[in-house]
Design a protein around this ligand. Structure first.
Ligand SMILES: [Zn+2]
Length: 615
């Protein structure tokens, strides 16, 4: 734990002489002293004087001011190493602490960084205040135990681990374990969350003066600019910790993500990266064994999936392609295409899509194959005869518009190691297909959001915010207020406009509403019974390595959106049956506070039972 100097030391002159040099001669041409020298022979000493130091590390609070992370005294019980506790004492200590018979043994094992390792030093166990009080009352019976208090960074809950993260100063044990682990395979997958991203703001800064002093202690100007003192600042997150806990309870034990944000502000309401784990696992001294499990887990719970992992978006990307086709004049909302399965298979049996609304409602693959073909095979006036050049120009035009959705670029979300995702360029296909003469037939996967295209979860949720806002977004962010300013970082107040007109976003809405209605792909997840109209889109992402991934994106209420959501469940099969119910439950919980329909109550219980969080 980092310690700050107490207030008493403020204004104490710390004669810290920097860079081991200390004494500079004013005759040196690049010395800052040379300009203020009174005598060419005199030498000045560079001083650094502390004016004030921060007294606290800021706390992290949720959008309703519940404290999520704070620096607090924690009770630690140190067990003797040699001789260790005998079995009789172990039984008695379990009883004293109110634990089950095997708890002490298990907790000692969990505190070891390697499976089956014997303790190499005294074991420290974190106790609750009630447990510490029991030990304190019976301290004289237990002379071999040491009870101490240490000021530590503590998490008040067990959720939002990847959002909250850790300051590296508090996670040295984890970082050294991670570095060693299988030659650091997981080291690059770690993410320190807001604790790391805002570390400087949470810690504050010491204030320093930098005077040049002569031999008599007289000042002669300064050798560097003063450093302004800054107290450690609190972070007010946009996260709703109850909604976060609820969403984690629905998909904590699965693999995937759920991101919900307020489209009007870009404030992230919840961000689940599953499998989940408790944030204290990475920092508590007695959780080395949990850290080992997390590092070993092939499902990679340490990865902050919504920010760091970019996946093919699947059918939900038909929305972006449709908006771009409208913008480029390649199609209109009234354009119909046959469900021609010789082009690409269609998973749904449905009436022919005579317009965009029906195509979205049935998520017709051949329809969107033909939409994208209309985009790529357009013949721009200037290129009437050269179809290779036209294809290149059309793909570049598609990409230019898609990029304005914040794709293939960092959104700038306040979390470390955000991935930019990927949109293929014409040059990419020239190289990948080993010829510039590639045809639409060799890149058509883009039309259904498959192939080379990759989006992060943040970009998926942001895509919904863009459609909800009919054309603009504010970069998704976790911190909506720093300290007492009540303001986020300045970039989170900036509206970004896409290159697609609002009318072309409005044209998507009837189809997204139809998705949730009778005959639509997500009709079972409709919230019409509680008066909430969701605009949504399901997706199934083909996965060559196993079961398909299921996605759902949407926003609600459709006419005045307050929540935009993206759900991605790896290896979960069809989007409508797996991902859409999760989204509907989170939307109802956020907008209504509770789940009212008996059917959705059953879904809730089933998910909470089957997909228990990792802990
Ligand atoms: Zn079809």
């Amino acid at each position: 734990m980092r310690r700050f100097p107490p207030r008493k030391t403020i204004c104490l002159k710390l004669l810290l002489v920097l860079w081991g040099v200390g004494v500079v001669s004013c005759s040196s041409p690049d010395s800052p002293a040379s300009s203020s020298a009174s005598s060419p022979a005199e030498t000045y000493i560079r001083h650094r004087e502390l004016t004030a130091g921060p007294t606290r590390r800021g706390e992290v609070l949720d959008r309703h001011d519940s404290i999520l992370v704070a620096t607090r005294p924690v009770d630690l019980l140190t067990l003797p190493l040699r001789p260790g506790l005998d079995s009789v004492s172990s039984v008695q200590l379990n009883r004293l602490l109110g634990w089950a018979d095997s708890t002490l043994e298990r907790r000692i094992a969990t505190a070891q960084p390697y499976a089956g390792a014997r303790p190499r030093g005294p074991v420290e166990l974190v106790l609750t205040p009630a447990e510490a009080a029991r030990v304190r009352r019976h301290q004289e019976d237990w002379p071999q135990l040491t009870l101490s208090q240490r000021t530590m960074r503590t998490y008040t809950g067990r959720t939002a681990a990847t959002v909250l993260g850790y300051a590296s100063a508090n996670a040295q044990g984890f970082l050294s374990q991670a570095k060693r682990y299988r030659r650091g395979r997981f080291y690059n997958l770690r993410s320190g969350g807001v604790e790391s991203y805002y570390n400087g703001i949470l810690n504050g800064h010491r204030g320093y003066l930098h005077p040049l002093l002569d031999a008599r202690g007289q000042r002669h100007g300064t050798w560097a600019a003063d450093t302004v003192f800054q107290e450690g600042q609190d972070l007010h997150l946009s996260l709703d910790s109850k909604l976060q806990a609820y969403a984690e309870s629905l998909l904590g034990g699965r693999k995937g993500y759920l991101v919900a944000l307020d489209p009007r502000t870009g404030e992230i309401l919840c961000s689940v990266s599953a499998p989940t784990y408790a944030p204290a696992f990475l920092t508590d001294p007695d959780e080395a064994g949990k850290r080992r499990e997390l590092l070993e887990d092939e499902d990679m719970p340490l990865l902050n999936r919504p920010a760091m992992l970019a996946n093919p978006p699947g059918s939900v990307f038909k929305l972006v392609n449709a908006a771009i086709a409208l913008q480029l004049g390649a199609t209109t909302p009234a354009t119909g295409f046959p469900c021609d399965q010789s082009l690409i298979s269609c998973v749904h049996h449905h009436p022919e899509a005579r317009n965009l609304t029906m195509a979205l409602q049935y998520s017709c693959n051949p329809y969107f194959y033909q939409v994208m073909r209309a985009v790529i095979s357009r013949v721009p006036d200037s290129l009437a005869t050269d179809t290779v050049a036209a294809r290149h120009a059309n793909l570049a035009a598609w990409r230019h518009l898609a990029k304005s959705f914040g794709l293939d670029t960092l959104l700038g979300t306040d979390v470390p190691r955000e991935s930019p995702g990927f949109l293929p360029t014409p040059a990419y296909y020239d190289k990948a297909r080993r010829t510039p003469n590639w045809t639409y037939r060799s890149i058509y996967s883009l039309s259904i959001g498959q192939g080379e295209i990759n989006l992060t979860g943040l970009q998926m949720a942001n895509m919904m915010a863009i459609i909800a806002n009919k054309g603009w977004y504010i970069a998704p962010h976790f911190v909506r207020g720093i300290g007492t300013t009540g303001q986020p970082l300045p970039r989170f107040l900036v509206k970004h406009y896409t290159l697609v007109d609002s009318a072309n976003f409005a044209a998507l809405l009837p189809g997204m509403l139809a998705v949730m209605r009778r005959g639509g792909t997500a009709e079972a997840s409709s919230l019409a019974d509680v008066g909430i109209a969701i605009a949504g889109k399901t997706g199934t992402v083909q996965n060559d390595e196993g079961d398909d991934h299921a996605t759902f994106v949407g926003f609600a209420p459709a006419d005045h959106p307050k929540i935009a959501i993206a759900v991605y469940l790896e290896n979960a099969g069809f989007g409508a049956t797996a991902a859409a119910p999760c989204a509907a439950l989170v939307i109802e919980k956020y907008l209504r506070g509770s789940i009212s329909s008996p059917r959705r109550k059953r879904w809730e219980r089933r998910m909470q039972y089957r997909h228990r969080p990792y802990r």
